[in-house]
Design a protein around this ligand. Sequence first.
Ligand SMILES: *[C@@H]1O[C@H](CO)[C@@H](O)[C@H](O)[C@H]1NC(C)=O
Ligand SMILES: *[C@@H]1O[C@H](CO)[C@@H](O)[C@H](O)[C@H]1NC(C)=O
Ligand SMILES: *[C@@H]1O[C@H](CO)[C@@H](O)[C@H](O)[C@H]1NC(C)=O
Ligand SMILES: *[C@@H]1O[C@H](CO)[C@@H](O)[C@H](O)[C@H]1NC(C)=O
Ligand SMILES: *[C@@H]1O[C@H](CO)[C@@H](O)[C@H](O)[C@H]1NC(C)=O
Ligand SMILES: *[C@@H]1O[C@H](CO)[C@@H](O)[C@H](O)[C@H]1NC(C)=O
Ligand SMILES: *[C@@H]1O[C@H](CO)[C@@H](O)[C@H](O)[C@H]1NC(C)=O
Ligand SMILES: *[C@@H]1O[C@H](CO)[C@@H](O)[C@H](O)[C@H]1NC(C)=O
Ligand SMILES: *[C@@H]1O[C@H](CO)[C@@H](O)[C@H](O)[C@H]1NC(C)=O
Ligand SMILES: *[C@@H]1O[C@H](CO)[C@@H](O)[C@H](O)[C@H]1NC(C)=O
Ligand SMILES: *[C@@H]1O[C@H](CO)[C@@H](O)[C@H](O)[C@H]1NC(C)=O
Ligand SMILES: *[C@@H]1O[C@H](CO)[C@@H](O)[C@H](O)[C@H]1NC(C)=O
Length: 837
Amino acid sequence: MRVLSGLILILGYAKSSRSAFITDPASLVNLFIGTTNGGHVFPGATLPHGMVKTGMDTDSPGNQAGYDADPQYNVTGFSQLHDSGTGGGISLSNFKIFPLLTCEQDYFEYCKTSVESRKVLRNLLEDGSPDDFAQPGYFSTNLSTGVRVELTASRRAALHRYTFPSSFPSNVSSNPNTNVNNTYIHPRIVVDVTNDGSQTSTYPSMQINTTTKRVTGGAQFQASFGPGRYSLYVCTDFQVPGQSEPGAGIEEYGAWLADYPVRWTENVDQMYYGFRDELGALLTFPANTSSVLVRVGVSYISADQACANAEEEIPDSTAGWDFDGVKNSAFETWNEACRLLGRIQVDPTGVDNETVSLFYSSVYRTHIVPADYTGENPLWNSTEPYYDSLYCNWDTYRTLYSLYALHAPVDFARIVRGFINIQQHEGWLPECRGATQKQYIQGGSNGDPILGEFFVKYYKQAAALNVSATDLYNALLADAEIQPPNWDLEGRQVNIWKSLGWIPQDGYEPGGTNSKQVSRTLEHAFGDFAISQVAQILGKLEDAAKYAQRSSNFANVWNPNVTVPSGPSSVVGMMQPRFANGTFNYTDPRHCSVHDPTQATCYLNAANHDGFYESSPLVVSPVFRDYVPHDTARLIELQGGVQNFIDRLNFLIDENYFDETDEPSQQIPFMYHYANAPGLSTVRSRQVISEYFNTSVNGLPGNDDSGAMGSYAAFYLAGMYPLPATRQFLLSSPYFPQISFYNPIFNTTTTIKAIGFEGNPANGTEGKIFVQNVTINGQPWHSNCYIDWDAFEQGAVIELQLTDNANVTCGTDSSALPPSLSTGGYGEYNYDLGMGM
Ligand SMILES: *[C@@H]1O[C@H](CO)[C@@H](O)[C@H](O)[C@H]1NC(C)=O
Ligand SMILES: *[C@@H]1O[C@H](CO)[C@@H](O)[C@H](O)[C@H]1NC(C)=O
Ligand SMILES: *[C@@H]1O[C@H](CO)[C@@H](O)[C@H](O)[C@H]1NC(C)=O
Ligand SMILES: *[C@@H]1O[C@H](CO)[C@@H](O)[C@H](O)[C@H]1NC(C)=O
Ligand SMILES: *[C@@H]1O[C@H](CO)[C@@H](O)[C@H](O)[C@H]1NC(C)=O
Ligand SMILES: *[C@@H]1O[C@H](CO)[C@@H](O)[C@H](O)[C@H]1NC(C)=O
Ligand SMILES: *[C@@H]1O[C@H](CO)[C@@H](O)[C@H](O)[C@H]1NC(C)=O
Ligand SMILES: *[C@@H]1O[C@H](CO)[C@@H](O)[C@H](O)[C@H]1NC(C)=O
Ligand SMILES: *[C@@H]1O[C@H](CO)[C@@H](O)[C@H](O)[C@H]1NC(C)=O
Ligand SMILES: *[C@@H]1O[C@H](CO)[C@@H](O)[C@H](O)[C@H]1NC(C)=O
Ligand SMILES: *[C@@H]1O[C@H](CO)[C@@H](O)[C@H](O)[C@H]1NC(C)=O
Ligand SMILES: *[C@@H]1O[C@H](CO)[C@@H](O)[C@H](O)[C@H]1NC(C)=O
């Protein structure tokens, strides 16, 4: 495994303040973080939010994103679309290309084309890791057959380069495609139309053009996390360098079924075999051809459009396709100083390289998905942007979009337009969309806080960003007020939510699965908070009051009497499942934690009757401010005061109820802020980074979840934690002496300086890392615990005075603690309504 070692250039004095500037952040990205043992990260080639994500597929159990860094697993092909960090089934490993050195006795019809027969291992480096390399927009590997494979991508097309060895490697005789008595290499390329990773294809089609050797085809496939099926099409062209005419020089072609290629057939209809599980095309190149380029266009609309996408983005020319040009252009798109990665600048002085790489790699992973499928929506025609691979909003709403708000507002606005367009055509906001299909809702309808996050921060610029405030608000109201026919796939079980104020455990209604009622109650409350904020900005004060009232409904599922069996008496009161008649059912607070005596799971597909989703009552209760980050003051009151609140947080983390792998726990380490003990948040959050995040292939505690974990780590390293659909960020100390965010909409830069920075203690617990006081643009700021969005809107220099005394506080001002709804927060914004609506 090799990654670029980054160039950190120190530019010296710029604008009279000495600061280091990272000119080439894309080179600091390690794409292999979290690519084995459950991270499910995609390390292949893609543009930021590209539709095509071309990468290597292995036959490992954890190949949700195709790839596994564990070299014991065989390579099955190089496919065109993937997700990143998801659970569920293997998603989008469609249309694999595979290189063969030759075939038995060099005979076309003896070639082994099926996944099972053709797969091979990768070469190993001296340290035992696979001989794979990746940088943003590019991936390469060296197979044990001696074939070198390189991949790069434009938005809707991939370009592959297969470089063949000049002689047979000595160590691959077990593979039937190399166990030959031939004396020369006779390269062949397999195009696999049906293997999406899970063998789900139906209605496959495949056609070889006998003149151009263009292979077109498609099939229907099963979506990875939902009941729907999707159609996908491919268009594959071949070029031998030096021969600019695609297909020129190809000696043989034919269709194949399983392990039976038949020479000179154009499609499988010309073959006898009935069963069509695996099929595709096989092409033979001249003996000793040193390399072959394969251009692969894909489309959700048609094979013709797949061809058009490829021709538009990787055009034919007399010089042939420009692999290095596509590769360099992809890299620069990630890198551009004022685009994406370069918009966040850290000063690496005194910081180890691994931390700098961890930071930029985490930010990188936040821009793999959502994927920009604009022009590829098969369901309706629209000129609005269309984004897919929202897998799921439940994972990403807490931290991902707040990071976009800081540095990628144009992408954010386009994604929001796509959400609104989906609501206008389907009735409800998307939640877990994948491969153009509705996939399963996990908890609430978390498009609500995502739209809220956008509008609270960008309402003044919304019109200029082509986001209609009216349409955005109507989309939120649809989620909040109209019950869909199937609330497992979109929207909410809203009728009962409106009438009762909680989702009852015995509220059996058709239209969805009656489970995870407590989690849904908490998330609906937060969704309504987000709507109340939008209503307030729009001057719809009655609506604002109504939704703020509904957002307090989280307290309806609080049972004050429940304790942890044999736990401390100060930890009393839990979120619990409640019946429609108002009485409570009981779920053991240890349920779904590592201490669960029944070792139950709380996943979607388990027999989940306990009312919770992917978290225990213990985690949900303190972290319901993660579900409803608007009223921790009320939570502290419910828990019996500040000391009980701190005791519970300590109990949770010290006894391993904190689940570093899953989003409901994400905010727990930062919650001491609300108890006026921000030093404890600094220690706890830094311990999370030091224990669970690093730059190795195992460097993630669990699935990356479409950038959810990437944005979480990026915020922790920046010394911030976002509160979506509000204008506040919780504040701790950054891992850098300085970090700045450039916002291209405001054209402002906001720089956070850690005054007195002395490096990062490896264990996170001691050292000069605590925020003693804060100034903004030289003026004392009223809180050491949070900063306002105004600083990012207007641009600012925020100076944090560091100390090594953990006993810091939020300050003495009456507004020093972060806001909560029940103590007057969020109700009195003086929004400027002059936004030309
Ligand atoms: C960090 O990166 C710089 C620049 O590439 C290099 O000179 C330095 O040796 C690296 N330090 C460590 C500890 O790897
Ligand atoms: C990889 O493929 C080879 C050849 O088919 C096989 O012998 C080997 O067991 C495979 N490895 C794994 C881990 O499946
Ligand atoms: C290779 O040649 C040897 C000796 O002629 C023969 O025994 C063997 O079967 C051949 N192998 C294949 C795969 O054709
Ligand atoms: C094959 O491609 C050529 C060149 O684009 C085209 O003229 C011809 O119609 C194609 N053949 C078929 C059967 O589509
Ligand atoms: C979109 O418009 C094209 C061209 O008019 C038409 O062929 C296609 O059927 C339309 N698609 C849908 C889903 O309406
Ligand atoms: C909690 O206990 C108190 C005192 O026994 C009782 O009055 C109250 O009804 C209980 N609440 C619930 C929800 O069980
Ligand atoms: C409330 O509803 C639950 C579940 O339907 C039932 O078991 C319980 O007896 C009811 N309690 C009362 C007081 O009606
Ligand atoms: C009450 O909780 C138990 C334990 O989780 C569960 O098996 C049961 O189905 C619940 N009762 C109702 C009426 O939902
Ligand atoms: C952005 O701000 C910089 C520095 O403040 C200024 O030089 C530049 O003209 C601004 N650009 C735009 C497009 O307003
Ligand atoms: C944590 O690291 C700091 C310095 O990095 C060290 O002084 C301290 O003793 C360590 N604490 C623990 C508990 O290991
Ligand atoms: C911040 O702390 C430093 C060091 O204790 C002190 O010199 C400075 O006056 C403080 N600033 C404010 C605004 O309290
Ligand atoms: C922090 O406060 C605790 C309790 O007030 C005290 O015991 C401890 O000595 C203080 N630590 C420092 C470094 O001031």
